[in-house]
Ligand binder design. Structure first.
Ligand SMILES: NC(=O)CC[C@H](N)C(=O)O
Length: 224
């Protein structure tokens, strides 16, 4: 099976790192800045960077509505850090008037870990991201990261902080085909999170193909 075509939203942020991690995970990757590019992809990554800047550029490039429409239509999307903020339905401590694309039924607190710990690294357990018992833990890099403060009933918690003052805070989630991490797995050579997203996109492709085949079979039966 050919690798899925995954777009990286390329308005701002660490586009190159995500592109590399996705390619290393078997995907074909294209930058997405226009509606036509968004329309062509089977999955999308919203990178880490600065969510307020991306919010502004999404407006300038007129991508908000098409992106919301594709998400409503079932497009798999993975957001890291600023990308997690943009996927959240609700933000706390957002800059004045800051909007989000939404889709993930979570409340995210922006810059949640506080100024003293602008950036830090932690080992996480995350069985659904390939870091379960017997696997090496996921080494997570947080840079002025958000955390997830509340999750809706359909949201699966994939990882929480193990220790320290932020112990128990939710830092990775999934809801259907939407995935988000507060940390940056695109930095470094451990591609388990990107592989999990590529698998999600492929599973989605198989579901769509079998739904299309069922529809075709029903049409043939009706004709016959
Ligand atoms: N590394 C990041 O993506 C930081 C996110 C940034 N603090 C924001 O609000 O967008």
């Amino acid at each position: 099976m050919s690798g899925p075509l995954i777009g990286v939203l390329a308005l701002q942020g660490d586009v190159r790192e995500h592109t590399h991690a996705l390619r290393a995970s078997g995907a074909e990757v294209v930058p997405v800045r226009r509606r036509s590019e968004l329309a062509a992809v089977e999955g999308l990554v919203i990178p880490g960077g600065e969510s307020t800047t991306m919010d502004r550029l999404l407006k300038v490039f007129e991508l908000y509505e098409p992106l919301r429409a594709r998400i409503a239509d079932g497009l798999p999307v993975y957001g890291s850090c600023a990308g997690m903020i943009l996927l959240a339905d609700r933000i706390l401590d957002g800059a004045g008037g800051q909007g989000t694309v939404g889709g993930l039924d979570v409340t995210v607190r922006r810059n949640a870990f506080g100024r003293q710990v602008d950036s830090f690294e932690e080992d996480l357990d995350a069985p659904l991201l390939g870091a379960g018992e017997g696997d090496p833990p996921l080494h997570a890099i947080f840079i002025r990261a958000p955390w997830v403060e509340e999750v809706g009933p359909d949201v699966e918690i994939l990882a929480t902080v193990r220790s320290g003052p932020a112990a128990g805070r939710i830092v990775a989630v999934r809801q259907g085909v939407l995935m988000a991490t507060a940390f940056h797995p695109e930095i470094g050579s451990d591609h388990r999170v990107h592989r999990a997203f590529v698998d999600l996109v492929l599973a989605h492709r198989r579901r769509e193909e079998s739904a299309a085949a069922d529809l075709e079979a029903a049409r043939v039966t009706r004709r016959g």
